[in-house]
Design a protein around this ligand. Structure first.
Ligand code: ADP
Length: 220
Protein backbone atom coordinates (compact mmCIF):
# COMPACT_ATOMS: atom_id res chain seq x y z
CA UNK A 1 0.00 0.00 0.00
CA UNK A 2 1.41 3.38 -0.98
CA UNK A 3 -0.04 5.71 1.63
CA UNK A 4 -1.97 4.75 4.71
CA UNK A 5 -2.18 7.82 6.89
CA UNK A 6 -4.05 8.07 10.20
CA UNK A 7 -4.77 11.50 11.66
CA UNK A 8 -4.99 11.39 15.43
CA UNK A 9 -5.88 14.34 17.63
CA UNK A 10 -8.62 15.94 19.70
CA UNK A 11 -11.78 17.34 18.10
CA UNK A 12 -10.79 20.74 16.72
CA UNK A 13 -7.10 19.89 16.24
CA UNK A 14 -7.40 20.30 12.46
CA UNK A 15 -7.66 16.66 11.34
CA UNK A 16 -10.40 17.37 8.78
CA UNK A 17 -8.56 20.26 7.14
CA UNK A 18 -5.27 18.33 6.95
CA UNK A 19 -7.09 15.25 5.63
CA UNK A 20 -8.62 17.26 2.78
CA UNK A 21 -5.20 18.71 1.88
CA UNK A 22 -3.60 15.24 2.01
CA UNK A 23 -6.32 13.76 -0.17
CA UNK A 24 -5.57 16.33 -2.87
CA UNK A 25 -1.81 15.89 -2.57
CA UNK A 26 -1.58 12.07 -2.28
CA UNK A 27 -4.53 11.25 -4.53
CA UNK A 28 -6.05 8.84 -2.00
CA UNK A 29 -9.55 8.98 -0.46
CA UNK A 30 -10.31 10.86 2.75
CA UNK A 31 -12.27 8.66 5.14
CA UNK A 32 -13.90 10.63 7.92
CA UNK A 33 -16.00 8.46 10.23
CA UNK A 34 -17.76 11.61 11.51
CA UNK A 35 -18.81 12.53 7.93
CA UNK A 36 -19.80 8.92 7.22
CA UNK A 37 -21.97 8.80 10.35
CA UNK A 38 -23.58 12.19 9.63
CA UNK A 39 -24.30 11.06 6.08
CA UNK A 40 -25.85 7.86 7.42
CA UNK A 41 -27.97 9.81 9.91
CA UNK A 42 -29.28 12.00 7.09
CA UNK A 43 -29.99 9.05 4.77
CA UNK A 44 -31.48 6.21 6.79
CA UNK A 45 -33.35 5.59 10.02
CA UNK A 46 -30.37 5.75 12.34
CA UNK A 47 -32.05 6.97 15.54
CA UNK A 48 -29.62 5.40 18.00
CA UNK A 49 -26.56 6.58 16.13
CA UNK A 50 -28.01 10.09 15.78
CA UNK A 51 -28.64 10.30 19.51
CA UNK A 52 -25.12 9.20 20.39
CA UNK A 53 -23.51 11.68 17.98
CA UNK A 54 -25.72 14.52 19.29
CA UNK A 55 -24.71 13.75 22.86
CA UNK A 56 -20.97 13.91 22.13
CA UNK A 57 -20.34 10.27 23.09
CA UNK A 58 -18.82 7.66 20.78
CA UNK A 59 -20.79 5.34 18.52
CA UNK A 60 -20.26 1.62 19.27
CA UNK A 61 -17.06 0.00 18.03
CA UNK A 62 -19.00 -2.67 16.16
CA UNK A 63 -20.96 -0.19 14.06
CA UNK A 64 -17.91 1.94 13.27
CA UNK A 65 -15.54 -0.97 12.56
CA UNK A 66 -18.03 -2.53 10.15
CA UNK A 67 -18.61 0.80 8.40
CA UNK A 68 -14.85 1.38 7.95
CA UNK A 69 -14.19 -2.23 6.87
CA UNK A 70 -16.77 -1.89 4.11
CA UNK A 71 -15.32 1.42 2.96
CA UNK A 72 -11.76 0.05 2.89
CA UNK A 73 -12.91 -2.74 0.55
CA UNK A 74 -13.81 -0.20 -2.14
CA UNK A 75 -11.38 -0.07 -5.07
CA UNK A 76 -10.31 3.55 -4.54
CA UNK A 77 -8.96 2.69 -1.06
CA UNK A 78 -6.78 -0.24 -2.16
CA UNK A 79 -3.72 1.91 -2.77
CA UNK A 80 -4.03 4.06 0.31
CA UNK A 81 -6.28 6.32 2.35
CA UNK A 82 -6.32 9.08 4.91
CA UNK A 83 -8.26 8.17 8.04
CA UNK A 84 -9.75 11.08 9.97
CA UNK A 85 -11.50 10.35 13.29
CA UNK A 86 -10.77 6.63 13.22
CA UNK A 87 -9.60 4.74 15.19
CA UNK A 88 -10.89 6.45 18.32
CA UNK A 89 -10.89 3.64 20.90
CA UNK A 90 -8.44 0.89 21.78
CA UNK A 91 -10.80 -1.74 20.33
CA UNK A 92 -10.92 0.16 17.02
CA UNK A 93 -7.14 0.58 17.01
CA UNK A 94 -6.60 -3.14 17.56
CA UNK A 95 -9.11 -3.99 14.86
CA UNK A 96 -7.45 -1.69 12.31
CA UNK A 97 -3.88 -2.66 13.27
CA UNK A 98 -4.80 -6.34 12.81
CA UNK A 99 -6.15 -5.61 9.37
CA UNK A 100 -3.13 -3.53 8.30
CA UNK A 101 -0.56 -5.92 9.74
CA UNK A 102 -2.25 -8.85 7.98
CA UNK A 103 -1.82 -6.92 4.73
CA UNK A 104 1.84 -6.19 5.57
CA UNK A 105 1.18 -2.48 5.73
CA UNK A 106 2.47 0.05 8.29
CA UNK A 107 0.58 3.34 8.41
CA UNK A 108 1.95 6.74 9.35
CA UNK A 109 0.05 8.12 12.33
CA UNK A 110 0.11 11.90 12.53
CA UNK A 111 -0.69 13.03 16.05
CA UNK A 112 -1.73 16.69 16.19
CA UNK A 113 -1.18 18.35 19.56
CA UNK A 114 -3.11 21.45 20.59
CA UNK A 115 -3.90 23.32 23.80
CA UNK A 116 -7.33 22.61 25.42
CA UNK A 117 -8.47 26.29 25.39
CA UNK A 118 -7.57 26.66 21.72
CA UNK A 119 -9.63 23.54 20.97
CA UNK A 120 -12.68 25.00 22.75
CA UNK A 121 -12.37 28.32 20.92
CA UNK A 122 -11.93 26.58 17.56
CA UNK A 123 -14.89 24.25 18.00
CA UNK A 124 -17.29 26.86 19.33
CA UNK A 125 -16.37 29.26 16.48
CA UNK A 126 -16.58 26.67 13.72
CA UNK A 127 -19.01 27.30 10.85
CA UNK A 128 -19.40 25.47 7.57
CA UNK A 129 -21.07 26.08 4.25
CA UNK A 130 -23.81 23.49 3.72
CA UNK A 131 -23.59 24.07 -0.06
CA UNK A 132 -19.85 23.63 -0.79
CA UNK A 133 -18.39 22.38 2.53
CA UNK A 134 -16.00 25.36 3.00
CA UNK A 135 -14.93 25.83 6.63
CA UNK A 136 -14.72 29.08 8.59
CA UNK A 137 -14.11 30.14 12.15
CA UNK A 138 -15.76 33.24 13.56
CA UNK A 139 -12.80 33.66 15.97
CA UNK A 140 -9.80 33.29 13.66
CA UNK A 141 -10.87 32.68 10.05
CA UNK A 142 -14.16 34.54 9.56
CA UNK A 143 -15.89 34.93 6.19
CA UNK A 144 -15.68 38.42 4.70
CA UNK A 145 -19.45 38.92 5.08
CA UNK A 146 -20.47 37.58 8.51
CA UNK A 147 -22.74 34.53 8.24
CA UNK A 148 -22.29 33.91 4.51
CA UNK A 149 -19.93 31.75 2.48
CA UNK A 150 -17.27 33.69 0.53
CA UNK A 151 -17.39 31.17 -2.30
CA UNK A 152 -21.10 30.81 -3.05
CA UNK A 153 -23.00 33.16 -0.72
CA UNK A 154 -24.87 30.33 1.09
CA UNK A 155 -25.88 30.94 4.71
CA UNK A 156 -23.28 29.33 6.99
CA UNK A 157 -24.30 26.63 9.47
CA UNK A 158 -23.06 25.39 12.86
CA UNK A 159 -22.70 21.65 13.44
CA UNK A 160 -25.25 20.33 15.90
CA UNK A 161 -22.56 19.00 18.22
CA UNK A 162 -20.49 22.23 18.21
CA UNK A 163 -22.29 23.66 21.26
CA UNK A 164 -20.40 24.26 24.52
CA UNK A 165 -21.76 21.34 26.66
CA UNK A 166 -21.44 18.83 23.81
CA UNK A 167 -17.94 20.12 22.95
CA UNK A 168 -16.86 19.45 26.57
CA UNK A 169 -18.29 15.93 26.40
CA UNK A 170 -16.48 15.24 23.12
CA UNK A 171 -13.20 16.44 24.62
CA UNK A 172 -13.80 14.22 27.66
CA UNK A 173 -14.45 11.23 25.40
CA UNK A 174 -11.21 12.05 23.59
CA UNK A 175 -9.18 12.19 26.83
CA UNK A 176 -10.58 8.92 28.18
CA UNK A 177 -10.99 6.79 25.08
CA UNK A 178 -8.75 8.16 22.33
CA UNK A 179 -5.63 9.60 23.95
CA UNK A 180 -4.45 6.13 25.11
CA UNK A 181 -3.99 5.28 21.42
CA UNK A 182 -0.90 7.51 21.38
CA UNK A 183 1.02 4.86 23.34
CA UNK A 184 -0.41 2.04 21.22
CA UNK A 185 0.86 3.62 17.98
CA UNK A 186 4.15 4.79 19.49
CA UNK A 187 4.98 1.21 20.55
CA UNK A 188 4.57 0.11 16.95
CA UNK A 189 6.86 2.88 15.68
CA UNK A 190 4.06 4.42 13.60
CA UNK A 191 3.64 7.72 15.49
CA UNK A 192 4.74 11.23 14.42
CA UNK A 193 3.94 13.91 16.95
CA UNK A 194 3.35 17.42 15.62
CA UNK A 195 2.76 20.57 17.65
CA UNK A 196 -0.18 22.16 15.83
CA UNK A 197 -0.38 25.29 18.02
CA UNK A 198 -0.11 28.73 16.35
CA UNK A 199 0.18 27.29 12.86
CA UNK A 200 -1.99 28.24 9.89
CA UNK A 201 -3.35 25.19 8.02
CA UNK A 202 -0.83 25.57 5.15
CA UNK A 203 2.16 25.75 7.52
CA UNK A 204 0.88 22.75 9.46
CA UNK A 205 0.43 20.88 6.19
CA UNK A 206 4.13 21.44 5.35
CA UNK A 207 5.04 19.82 8.66
CA UNK A 208 2.61 16.94 8.11
CA UNK A 209 4.01 16.24 4.63
CA UNK A 210 7.59 16.43 5.97
CA UNK A 211 6.74 13.92 8.73
CA UNK A 212 5.12 11.51 6.24
CA UNK A 213 8.13 11.74 3.89
CA UNK A 214 10.51 11.18 6.75
CA UNK A 215 8.65 8.12 8.10
CA UNK A 216 8.16 6.64 4.64
CA UNK A 217 11.85 6.94 3.73
CA UNK A 218 12.85 5.20 6.99
CA UNK A 219 10.51 2.30 6.15
CA UNK A 220 12.29 1.62 2.87
P1 ADP B 1 -14.72 15.76 15.87
O1 ADP B 1 -13.39 15.10 15.61
O2 ADP B 1 -14.67 17.24 15.65
O3 ADP B 1 -15.37 15.36 17.17
P2 ADP B 1 -16.09 14.01 13.95
O4 ADP B 1 -16.84 14.52 12.79
O5 ADP B 1 -14.85 13.21 13.72
O6 ADP B 1 -15.78 15.32 14.79
O7 ADP B 1 -17.04 13.13 14.89
C1 ADP B 1 -18.34 13.55 15.28
C2 ADP B 1 -19.01 12.48 16.13
O8 ADP B 1 -19.18 11.26 15.38
C3 ADP B 1 -18.24 12.04 17.37
O9 ADP B 1 -18.46 12.91 18.47
C4 ADP B 1 -18.82 10.63 17.61
O10 ADP B 1 -20.11 10.67 18.19
C5 ADP B 1 -18.98 10.11 16.20
N1 ADP B 1 -17.76 9.38 15.71
C6 ADP B 1 -16.91 9.78 14.73
N2 ADP B 1 -15.91 8.90 14.56
C7 ADP B 1 -16.13 7.91 15.47
C8 ADP B 1 -15.42 6.72 15.81
N3 ADP B 1 -14.29 6.36 15.19
N4 ADP B 1 -15.92 5.94 16.80
C9 ADP B 1 -17.05 6.27 17.45
N5 ADP B 1 -17.76 7.40 17.20
C10 ADP B 1 -17.30 8.21 16.22
Amino acid sequence: MRSAVILLGAPGSGKGTQARLLKACLGVPHLSTGDMLRERIGRVEAGDVAQVVRSGALVSDDVVNRMVDRRLEEPDARDGFVLDGYPRTMAQAEHLAGRLEAAGSAPVVIYLLLDYNVLISRLSGRRHCPCCGALYNVNDAPPSRPGYCDLDGCVLATREDDTEPVIRRRLEAYEKQTRPLVGFFRERGWLCEIDAGDLRPEALFEKVCGAIRDKSSRKQ
